[in-house]
Each structure stands twice: as C-alpha cells, then as structure tokens.
Design a protein around this ligand. Structure first.
Ligand code: NAD
Ligand code: UD1
Length: 341
C-alpha cells in the first residue's frame, strides 16, 4: 500500500480526496492544524471508508514540527498539498498571514521532499490565476494575469516555486487549477464547513434555504452575460477529488510529459448565478429568498474552463451534474443544522 501525505486533509476538498484515495487503495496520513476545519471530519471520513486515516495535528508554519514529522513518517510516496488560507477578502486585510501560511508551508514541505527523496507532489491552484480572461473557455495556455488579491498572488507564486524546484531536482509536480468547487459527499458524512458568514455562493444559498440567512444577495444583474449575472464553472467536489488520485497516479507511473504540469479542473460549462438559484429551487423544491444588489467589487464577469487537456492528457472528466452537486449540498446543510439543534 502506497502512503500518501494529504496536508489540509480535514478541509473541504482535502477530506473528499482522502476518501477517494482510500477507496483507491492508498494509505493516507493527514496533516491539519484545524485552523479551518473540525476534528469531527475524521469520523465522517472513517464512516465512509471504514478505515481511519492517520492524523497528525500540526501547523505547517512551524518548520521544526514539519521536519520532525518527516523523521517519524517514512516511505511517503507522494504529497497532495491542500493546506492554505483561502479567503480572498481576508487576504487583502491580512496579506502577511497569507504569504506566511500559503508560501512558507510550501517551501518547508518542498525542503523535506528534497531531504527524503519524495518526488510526487500535487498542488491546489486556482482559476483565479487567469484573472478576467481574454478568451473563453480558458485553456491552460491563457496568460496568468496580475493577481488582484494577495490570495491569488500566493497561488501564482506557488506555481513558480514548484516550477523552479522541478527544474533543479527530481521533483515532479502537477498544479491543479480548480474552478468553483461545490457540493458534498452523497452520504452527507463530509461537506463544506464555512466559518461565519459564507462568502461563496452555494453555502450562502443552502444557509438561506435553511433559514440561517434571511436572503441571498445576487451581486449584479447588469453584466454582459445572457441574464446579466456572473458566470462560473461549478464543479462537484467529488469529481474534483477523483482528479487528484488520477494526477498522483500519473506522477507515480512517470506518465507526466514535463516535470511541472498544470491542468484546469472544471466541467467546461458556464452557469450564471441566477441559473444556479433556479437549479437549486428546481432540484430541492425549496423556494429561495433572493434580491438583486450591486456588483461585488473584484468579481470577474465570466469564467469557465476548457477541459480538453484534463480530459485527453490527464484522462479525467467531470461526470456529475449541477443538480447532483446542489442536492448533495442541501442534504449536507440539513445534516449540519440537525447536529446544531
Ligand atoms: P479548507 O479551508 O476547507 O481546507 C484547508 C485545510 O488546511 C483546513 O482544514 C485548514 O485547517 C488546513 N490548514 C490551513 N493552514 C494550515 C497550516 N498552516 N497547517 C496545517 N493545516 C492547515 O479549503 P479548501 O476549500 O478545501 O481548499 C483547499 C485548497 O484548495 C486550498 O489551497 C485552496 O486555496 C485551494 N482552492 C480552493 C478553492 C475553493 O473554492 N474551495 C478554489 C481554488 C483553490
Ligand atoms: C472566489 C474567489 C476565488 C476563489 C473562490 C473559492 C474572488 C474574485 N474569487 O471565486 O479566488 O478560488 O472564491 O473560494 O473572490 N455570489 C452572489 N452572492 C453571494 C455570493 C456569491 O451573487 O452571496 C456570486 C458572485 O458574485 C460570483 C458567483 O456568485 O459571481 C460565485 O461566487 P463565489 O462562490 O464567491 O466564487 P468566486 O467569486 O467565483
């Protein structure tokens, strides 16, 4: 059994990926400092896979602890690095937190990779690196635009750090540029746990339907899109999780074409905010309270992936629908509400 380290493995995308790794026969060790997750997620994962992953509560910013971890845990065949801070607005207010948490942690991990000859490294990047794209759908060759937030900048710099490290070592790395992950595991054992008021669309929708929020604000209906609201490529988190297992296997089998590769992970389909709202109402039968308000500063108009490279080169394709994702997100929301009662 190959042992894989998953950093941030109790977080939203990490936990779903741990499940897919275990289901594919990998042994998993998780590092998480619980900064944006709960220890209960470990139980959720175990309820699905019937195998508890190894868990180390550790802050990757503490270099000595990272070094100690790799002394204790030998024979790691690959790393999937999710751990990071991810709130765009917070990154504008506290850039140093973002540069420390998203960049120092990557550097420390790569130093250990070099010291212990760990050569397979998957990194969580984001479609935010493309900014407002010149052409749609977005291919991986599209220019990386100047970042509009420290968070976005950390993803760009991280990709550069990986590329530079691959150039001088045996490291092989794949940066996966996620579009908009939504949904939850179909068992409702794991899902997204937004802290405080959700900034992202789908958790705000489910909390509004659950009565936690009074109404959803749709940020703008005067964009140059079919119905005036912004367009995004919403991808089911389980589809996304499966792509990590395929990418890791690609590196372990030495199937990569270059030492550093990037892939878009999306469905290839753009959906507007109002389409998501309608789809939620239709799928769940819940009426959603919403109003149109002003545009949100910093929002790009329209973003969706060209998935040809992921489909043909990586051999991965999103299979789940928007309805699957919204149904699972709603089931998850109801489950966490019940727990809180
Ligand atoms: P998340 O916050 O749910 O998960 C991140 C996990 O990392 C959390 O459990 C957190 O406690 C942990 N963590 C953070 N800093 C740590 C540290 N210093 N040491 C140890 N653990 C630490 O986020 P997510 O949505 O699962 O995102 C995972 C990755 O994907 C992040 O790198 C994020 O930037 C990237 N990403 C996310 C999205 C999205 O929409 N969710 C989109 C694009 C890219
Ligand atoms: C944002 C980040 C992106 C990050 C992603 C996941 C920006 C510019 N981009 O993407 O870097 O990777 O989150 O964390 O911040 N919307 C509403 N009402 C709401 C919430 C959202 O109308 O209450 C709209 C937004 O205007 C947007 C769409 O829904 O058009 C999706 O928003 P969101 O879920 O926040 O994701 P992004 O902005 O695409």
């Amino acid at each position: 059994m190959k042992k894989i380290l998953v950093t941030g493995g109790l977080g939203y995308i990490g936990s779903h990926t741990v499940v897919e790794l275990q289901n594919s026969g990998f042994e998993v060790v998780i590092i998480d400092n619980l900064a944006n997750s709960s220890i209960d997620v470990l139980e959720g994962i175990t309820n699905i896979t019937k195998t508890p992953p190894t868990f180390e509560r550790l802050d990757l910013r503490v270099k000595a602890d990272v070094t100690e971890f790799f002394k204790e845990h030998t024979n790691i065949a690959g790393i999937i690095h999710f751990a990071a801070s991810k709130a765009v607005g917070e990154s504008v207010e506290n850039p140093l937190l973002y540069y420390e948490n998203n960049l120092h942690t990557l550097v420390y991990l790569l130093q250990e990779c070099r010291a212990h000859n760990i050569n397979n490294f998957i990194f969580s990047s984001s479609c935010t690196v493309y900014g407002e794209p010149d052409n749609l759908p977005i291919t991986e060759d599209a220019p990386v635009k100047p970042a509009t937030s420290p968070y976005g900048n950390t993803k760009q710099i991280s990709e550069e750090i990986l590329k530079d490290t691959c150039a001088i070592s045996n490291l092989k790395s794949i940066a996966l540029r996620y579009f908009n992950p939504i949904g939850a595991h179909k068992t409702a054992e794991i899902g997204e746990l937004p802290a405080g008021v959700p900034q992202n669309l789908v958790p705000f929708i489910t909390q509004t339907a659950a009565g936690v929020r009074k109404e959803l604000s749709v940020f703008g209906d005067d964009y140059p899109t079919a119905d005036g609201s912004c367009v995004r490529d919403y991808i089911h988190v389980v589809d996304l999780a499966k792509a990590h297992v395929i990418a890791l296997q690609r590196l372990m089998d030495n199937k990569n074409e270059t030492q550093f590769e990037v892939f878009n992970l999306g469905t290839g389909r753009g959906s507007s905010v109002l389409e998501v709202v309608n789809s939620f109402e239709k799928t769940t039968g819940e009426k959603l309270n919403y109003k149109i308000v002003d545009r949100r500063p910093g929002d790009v108009i329209s973003v969706y992936a060209d998935t040809k490279k992921a489909n043909e080169v990586l051999g991965w394709k999103a299979t789940k629908t928007m309805e699957d994702a919204l149904e699972s997100a709603w089931k998850w929301e109801q489950k966490i509400r019940k727990k809180k009662e």
